[in-house]
Design a protein around this ligand. Structure first.
Ligand code: UDX
Length: 443
């Protein structure tokens, strides 16, 4: 099939590249000229394992093209995917201006029957808005061209997006048109060759809702476990054992019940807020979602609070090594990362930070910690430790899992670790002479 993907952000780029990989001819469109020039040369704007090589391969095969001219692309394609950003508006609702602008352009320029697919995470009712905007533009120029708007939310995880796209747990398609559903089935059939057909066709609003509910459910699991972890600390229980104890019940399951420093990233914080807002706009107060957010906001600072509990509120003259800045491993993304909040809190109290992250240092320096001056970025995880009073582990990158603890002891001023991701065995660390603070178990 010939596809146009509008928006070369995270979702658009992964979607376009994976469709190209399956033999479709894909043009990815963006208004950012520099970005498109770079992409034509195989330079991608984000870090995502496996993506760059796949882009380069498909560019070389001419199955993946890049353009700034949406109009030309619309003339040649069977489907147009809207994958532009839906940033959080000031009131917490998703800002639809980019989605609706694209809809307008489609309506102004489409020249033949088209399936328009909403890939962006959009609130319930957006497909109807997109439909209205396109229909209005067609009417303005007196054109009568049939089109269908489909909701096809993405469930990609950063750091594992290629895998998620190529081997999906499910593909959700919202449409009330049988032929459109059939076309979508043809498009996704190659992804189910080795598994059963996992395409779920439903009405448009349910599909739009599914995306938010999936993310809100996962965020709820995490906040629930973080709350449990905090209670465990108070009562002298070990959340690591409790986690295994409850996860073994197949109705609960082991995934997404790891306590830590709270969820971050672009999706959970934004989608929980947007769902809460949608509820509110429809006259319903979503109390549980409210609590999920509150618990998460508080959890982001738990590591900082543990540091303050040990050293006091005046941290002048103290230096802390930080391992991990990204909101999770496998990405350079720092949106809503706990590290931002923890580092700002500690430096506000006078501390110095020596930080190391395998991928996110650039993001920290340029954006998220730009105004923080009491921070030095080390070029290796061990260099970050030199003469620090303690190590704070904030992102569970694989390279932090099994460090040389003797080296840690040698470089740190004191053998103290605050682990915001529960990566180590406390008994082992204590036998090595470390003071080991973790989430959900009293020291
Ligand atoms: C998420 C969804 O998983 C994905 O389906 C959706 O399309 C986009 O949002 P992503 O934001 O990339 O993906 O990250 P994910 O791996 O889901 O982790 C989200 C956050 O939850 C991270 O901050 C992570 O550290 C945290 N988390 C995850 C926990 O604190 N505990 C867990 O048990 C699991």
């Amino acid at each position: 099939m010939k596809l146009t993907i509008i928006g070369t952000g995270y979702v658009g780029l992964v979607t376009g590249t994976c469709f190209a990989e399956m033999g479709n001819t894909v043009t990815c469109v963006d208004i950012d000229k520099q970005k498109i020039e770079n992409l034509k040369n195989g330079i991608i704007p984000i870090y995502e394992p496996g993506l760059e090589a796949m882009v380069q391969r498909n560019v070389a095969n001419k199955t993946l093209l890049f353009s700034t001219q949406l109009k030309d692309c619309l003339d040649k394609c069977d489907m147009a995917f809207i994958a532009v950003g839906t940033p959080m508006g000031e009131d917490g609702s998703a800002d639809l201006q980019y989605v609706l602008k694209v809809a307008e352009t489609i309506g102004q320029h489409m020249s033949h029957p088209l399936i328009v697919v909403d890939k962006s995470t959009v609130p319930v009712g957006t497909a109807d808005k997109v439909k209205t905007v396109i229909a209005n533009e067609l009417a303005k120029r007196g054109a009568e061209i049939p089109f269908h708007v489909v909701s096809n939310p993405e469930f990609l995880k950063e750091g594992d997006a290629i895998n998620d796209f190529l081997k999906p747990d499910r593909v959700v398609v919202g449409t009330d048109n049988k032929e459109t559903a059939e076309k979508m089935r043809q498009l996704y059939a190659p992804f189910f060759r080795s598994t059963m057909d996992r395409m779920l066709v439903m009405d448009v609003r349910s599909a739009e809702m599914t995306k938010y509910v999936a993310n809100a459910m996962l965020a709820t699991k995490i906040s629930f476990m973080n709350e449990v972890a905090n209670i465990c600390e108070k009562v002298g229980a070990d959340v690591n054992k409790v986690r295994v104890g409850i996860g073994s019940d197949s109705r609960i399951g082991y995934s997404f019940i790891y306590p830590g420093s709270g969820y971050g990233g672009s999706c959970f914080p934004k989608d929980v807020k947007a769902l809460k807002k949608t509820a509110e706009q429809n006259g319903y107060t979503a109390q549980l979602l409210h609590a999920v957010e509150d618990v998460n906001d508080r959890q982001k600072l738990v590591v900082a609070e543990k540091v303050i509990a040990k050293y006091g509120k005046d941290l002048k003259g103290k230096t802390f090594a930080v391992w991990g800045l990204a909101f999770k491993p496998g990405t350079d993304d720092m949106r809503e990362a706990p590290a931002i909040y923890i580092i700002k809190k500690l430096t506000d109290l006078g501390a110095n930070i020596q930080a190391y992250d395998p991928k996110a240092v650039h993001e920290a320096q340029e954006f998220y910690l730009k105004e923080v001056t009491a921070i030095h970025y080390a070029s290796s995880k061990y260099d970050a430790l030199n003469n620090a009073d303690a190590l704070l582990l904030l992102t569970e990158w694989k390279e932090f899992r099994s460090p040389d603890f003797l080296e840690l002891k040698e470089r740190l001023r004191q053998p103290v670790i605050f682990d915001g991701r529960n990566q180590y065995n406390d008994q082992r660390l204590e036998s090595l002479g470390f003071e080991y603070h973790q989430i959900g178990k009293k020291i």
